[in-house]
Design a protein. Sequence first.
Length: 190
Amino acid sequence: MTTPSARAKRSRQRAGLSLVEASLGVALVGTALAVFVPVFFRELRTSRISEAPDNLARLHAGAAAYFDAVHALHDMPRQRRCLPDATGRAPAVPGPAAQQVDFASDDVPGAPTWRALGFAPERPVYFSYEVTPTQVGCELTGEGPQLILRAYGDLDGDGMESTFERAAAIGPDSRQLVPSGALYARDRTE
């Protein structure tokens, strides 16, 4: 038979956590959050950053196809080795929230060029994009970058932008547009 004091002692032991146990649990949860929350946000930002190189690669592929295609421009049929016209930035201002942009819409700066390059991201974009040729016309040859493709982002909304840039040059055989140098990134994560 158990005494009343033994029963009371057992019921106190089963009643719950002591103050030390509760504070230890809170400290463990707080430490885990302090470690994993910054890592989570860094990974989230890094995943958003990958949009720019991916879309610049798509833009380069579209520009290379445009350069290789036959065009009837400026009342002169069958011209090749043409660079697309400049676009201006679209969307005009990047921000921390993704924006759904119809690059083919006439409301977007450079819409004819975006359409000619087949640039139509399926998902909303965090970055603004821009196409800048260094020469205009067709039947082009030359050395050095002939086309600059840029992406501008402000993923944290602080007004400071990151810039990604891919240059393209006319290949040595003057028949194709090839990447020129590595992908340039300034203030990658701002």
